[in-house]
Design a protein around this ligand. Structure first.
Ligand code: ATP
Ligand code: MG
Length: 331
């Protein structure tokens, strides 16, 4: 549904986007994640036809955004970083205006406006002047104008920026509801947002794609799920020695102690699930099992390791190579 091939954008001597390639399948939500200045907005502006690329190609809903811009734009809804509202119009007037310029047939307009106002929960603000809206409502009206012509593709530049926690949850829910019918790219710095909303993530840094994968695979790939954390109450017995004897356990390290409870990091051979044996050992020894869970590196850690120079783990470059080759796994 969206195909980006070797996209590069230079502003004079600044290369904002450098050979970026990825695909988004129909009905999918792709998270575009990166720190400030990574090139997210630049990529989105190119995809929506607001700005030409220096090199490369982008196809949206089957149309080349450079060669067939009108066709591509007709099928795209765009929420820019700053929603493009007209300050003197009321919300209702503004949405009617957008519906008209986006080619919603006159007979369908009023129903369509009603529908999007209900979906984005702005109906109670229909008569409010756009200039008098709060930040969160401006964002919602921005989302309403993006979906008014029922486009195949939605490009949302930080859709939850500036919203309160309740609005964030509502907006994420709305985005999830819109997927399926629509193909969505959303940009964000918020890591929990991608794991909660997106099926796949593109991590971009300084104009380069550094990883493309599902949130779960990113977490697992970069070293996760090989260590367990177990907390026991062993009343003076040498629990570490006992746990170390379990088949598949390679190392046991005491990590914390509070009162009679001792926490251990248990390293295991790759591919071995020792949780049952571990629990059995603790219980048959007559100890208390207070906690047992896999320790996985968080998306925060992956993000930092991929976007911080010189500290990227070797696995990160493997991911980057896969991404750069344009072969997107897990399709
Ligand atoms: N019009 C412009 N002229 C020159 N440089 C620009 C222009 N627009 C963006 N840039 C530069 O391009 C790079 C990418 O900017 P972009 O706005 O795409 O980043 P972003 O990932 O959206 O960041 P943020 O998270 O802050 O929104 C930055 O280095 C920025 O300074
Ligand atoms: Mg931006």
């Amino acid at each position: 549904m969206i195909e980006v091939q070797h996209l590069t954008k230079r502003y004079g001597r600044v290369t904002a986007v450098d050979d970026v390639s990825f695909r988004v399948e129909r009905g999918e939500i792709l998270g575009f994640l990166g720190p400030n200045g990574a090139g997210k907005t630049t990529t989105m502006r190119i995809l929506t036809g607001y700005m030409p690329a220096t090199e490369g190609k982008a196809i949206v809903a089957g149309f080349d955004v450079f060669d067939q811009p009108i066709e591509a734009k007709r099928r795209t809804g765009y929420l820019p970083e700053t929603p493009p509202l007209y300050p003197d119009m009321s919300v209702g007037e503004y949405l009617a205006f957008v519906a008209k310029i986006k080619g919603v047939p006159p007979a369908e307009r009023s129903q369509r406006i009603k529908d999007v106002m209900a979906r984005t929960r702005v109906a109670d603000m229909a008569d409010r002047q756009c200039s008098k809206l709060s930040k969160g409502y401006r964002q919602r009206v921005g989302l309403a104008q993006a979906i008014i012509h029922n486009p195949d593709v939605l490009i949302l530049d930080e859709p939850t920026a500036g919203l309160d926690p309740k609005q964030i949850i509502e907006t994420r829910q709305l985005i999830k509801e819109l997927a399926g019918d629509h193909t969505i790219i959303l940009s964000t710095h918020i890591l929990t947002e991608v794991s909660q909303t997106c099926q796949r993530v593109v991590i971009i840094n300084k104009g380069h794609v550094v990883a493309i994968d599902t949130p779960d695979n990113l977490t697992a790939q970069l070293g996760g799920a090989k260590t367990l954390y177990v907390q026991v109450e062993a009343s003076g017995a040498d629990a570490a020695a006992a746990l170390g004897k379990i088949s598949g356990v390679t190392r046991v390290i005491e990590s914390d102690r509070s009162g009679t409870a001792i926490g251990y990091e248990v390293e295991t051979q790759s591919g071995r699930d020792v949780r049952r044996d571990l629990a059995r050992t603790v219980v048959t020894s007559g100890w208390g099992l207070l906690e047992l869970r896999p320790t996985r590196i968080s998306l925060e850690e992956i993000f930092l390791s991929l976007t911080t120079e010189d500290t990227a783990p070797p696995q990160a470059s493997t991911t980057a190579t896969t991404a750069a080759a344009g072969d997107i796994a897990h399709e």
